[in-house]
Design a protein around this ligand. Structure first.
Ligand SMILES: [Zn+2]
Length: 454
């Protein structure tokens, strides 16, 4: 590390204070942009039962960018979004914008969605849920264009603000996530006790400036952001929005960023009221505060980023079969068929998902794995277990949310996450029995590119 004379007094002071770790050569910059839809009434995404747009904003939505740079100048940007999901094309466009404006390596841009079901519909994501009239179609098209500018702008601003910083990692615990597949089985067979899988850990990254101010706190949780159910027709960040707002008022000047982890098969429990959304948000914020109060471990060293996509096949269907689905009794099946046929007419390969996995490694033993789609909780456990002794965060809902990502167990069990949800995502049908192996192959390719696991 090069010591410039102007830094010497500060370095001597920090050494005297025993803050040797503050000498770390990391830099960080933070920026926030409000992404609340302004053209109300606006359709919300996430519940197929909704037939009307939202008329009011209960809570603003934000995109928050954290830029990092290591001693060698290698940079990465994490952007968290109070949105249900984004199409992969949008990420590609923003990555290209940032390469042009700031020379950012496209592999080092990570976009993660909170999966609030009380946020705006975004063109090409879950579009089959809606029958937009021309006016709403135009609104969502304008919103998507706004998003591209806003997200590239916030990421760029965070890069422009890079200043010496230190990062530390800790873990909290919150218990409101429940295995919703087990809950459904219980509802169907009262008195039964089906096995349930959850991950109640709350990983936390604290970002402090050289003068000791907390610039940002990044925290994750594996749970659908769906405390508010379909009858709530208002823009709302749900529990993740509350948790971020609670932390930002507890630590003025700090940007709180929520990372959605592997919550594909997890729901907040209980749910369906505004009070519960606030309560779950508070218990998550409390978990972060508790983690910050314990001993944190520094995250430091060189930044390595890898972004990999693999084609993962879906169970094959003939064109005739898809054409026949146009006469299905269910409207969503009919819309899926039209959507798929339109994609085929454009020459798209509808028989597979272009699946993205990303690894962002800092130093020797810290890695943030970011997977596309609605990733179920078993993947988080599996990936963390494969790297014992390392500090590993596994996020889903990153870079492209194109469908649910079941494990082989869930695919075989069937149900919403394995099969029915594919209709709303405009996919021809479920994955094949190789899905878990192929998803893990994509993740492992990204990990290998950053030198992990070792
Ligand atoms: Zn979902």
């Amino acid at each position: 590390m090069a010591l410039r004379n102007s830094n010497l007094p500060r370095i001597l002071f920090l050494l005297a204070m025993g803050s040797v770790a503050a000498l770390a050569a990391m830099k960080a910059g933070v920026a926030t942009v409000r992404i609340t839809p302004t053209e109300l009434p606006f359709f919300l995404s996430g519940y197929a039962a909704r037939t009307k747009p939202a008329e009011r904003v209960a809570m603003d939505l934000y995109a928050k960018a954290l830029a990092l740079e290591d001693a060698s100048g290698k940079r990465a940007v994490l952007v968290t979004l109070d949105l249900i999901g984004i199409p992969g094309d949008l990420r590609s466009e923003i990555a290209a914008d940032l390469r042009t404006s700031h020379g950012l390596d496209p592999e080092a841009l990570l976009l993660n969605c909170s999966h609030t079901h009380s946020g705006p519909a975004i063109r090409e994501n879950l579009e089959i849920m809606f029958a937009f009239d021309a006016e709403h179609q135009a609104k969502t098209t304008r919103y998507r264009a706004f998003l591209r500018k806003a997200l590239a702008g916030a990421a760029g601003e965070a890069l422009d603000r890079l200043k010496p910083a230190r990062l530390d990692y800790g873990v909290g615990h919150a218990e409101f996530a429940a295995d919703r597949r087990a809950l459904r089985l219980k509802d169907a067979n009262p008195g039964s006790n089906p096995p349930a899988t959850v991950d109640h850990t709350v990983p936390v990254i604290r970002v402090k400036s050289a003068d000791g101010r907390m610039l940002a706190v990044v925290f994750g949780y594996s749970c659908h952001n769906t405390t508010l159910t379909g009858e709530f027709l208002e823009v709302n960040g749900d529990y993740a929005g509350h948790a971020q707002a609670d932390l930002e008022s507890a630590y003025p000047g700090t940007t709180a960023m929520f990372l959605m982890l592997c919550g594909g098969d997890q729901n907040p429990f209980p749910r369906s009221s505004r009070e519960l959304a606030a309560e779950h948000g508070k218990s998550l914020a409390d978990a972060v505060v508790a983690a910050l109060g314990r001993r944190l471990t520094p995250v430091d060293g060189s930044i390595r980023a890898s972004f990999v996509t693999h084609a993962i096949p879906l169970r094959p269907r003939s064109k005739e079969d898809i054409e026949a689905e146009r006469n299905h009794s269910d409207i969503f099946h009919r819309r899926r068929a039209e959507w798929v046929l339109a994609r085929m007419a454009k020459g798209e390969n509808v028989g597979m998902v272009n699946y993205p996995a990303q690894a962002l490694r800092i130093g020797g033993d810290f890695v943030l794995v970011a997977m596309g789609g609605e990733v179920v909780v078993d993947y988080g456990h599996r990936i963390k277990r494969a790297m014992p002794g390392k500090r590993v965060i596994v996020a889903g809902y990153s870079n492209d949310v194109m469908c649910y990502i079941p494990t082989l167990r869930i695919l075989r069990e069937g149900g919403y996450e394995a099969d029915d949800s594919m209709i709303y995502y405009g996919q021809i049908g479920p994955f094949t029995e190789r899905v878990e192996e192929q998803v893990m192959g994509t993740v492992n390719a990204a990990l290998k590119n950053v030198g992990l696991p070792r």
